[in-house]
Design a binder for this molecule. Structure first.
Ligand code: DGP
Length: 141
């Protein structure tokens, strides 16, 4: 599948669409999912135009994995979940809905039902507050 530069994450990377950013460097951008499956659900994406895990460069993927773990640590310390799920989908057949590679970091609580994937928008004020807390945790390291 060829890369479509009009996908929503490409627009976020170009600054054409908003996002609650928690971390950015030369190779990746990390921001909150607008339709979180739980509070603190964060996405880690490469800046390079990769559709899925099969098309990203080795260097890009290595960096992304390290940053995914770093974000997962921050999510863990801020939200204190019982567990942290890391998810990554490839092609529509697996449920991928945005065709720019991304890793999901999703905090989980045993007694709390996870919300549906990519369905309900979160309150923007809540997302803004969560982004501040995660940015602080990431700069405290
Ligand atoms: P996937 O199905 O793995 O491709 O996940 C795509 C995720 O992206 C899904 O959890 C919802 C999220 N999402 C969709 N549109 C936007 C958006 O405009 N902004 C943000 N922050 N997240 C989005």
């Amino acid at each position: 599948m060829s890369y479509d530069s009009n996908n929503i994450f490409a627009k976020i990377l170009r600054g054409e669409a908003p996002a609650h950013v928690v971390y950015e460097d030369e190779l990746c951008l990390c921001f909150l999912d607008v339709m979180p499956q739980s509070d603190g659900h964060t996405l880690i994406i490469p800046k390079e135009p990769a559709t899925d895990i099969f098309s990203v460069s080795d260097e890009g993927l290595q960096h992304l994995m390290l940053q995914t773990r770093r974000v997962a640590r921050a999510v863990d310390s801020v939200f204190q979940p019982e567990g942290v799920m890391i998810m990554q989908l490839n092609r529509a057949g697996s449920g991928q809905s945005v065709f720019h590679l991304h890793f999901h970091v999703i905090p989980r609580w045993g007694g709390l039902q996870q919300r549906f994937h990519a369905r309900d928008f979160a309150d923007p004020k809540t997302l803004a507050d969560h982004a501040v807390r995660l940015r602080e945790a990431l700069t405290r390291e």
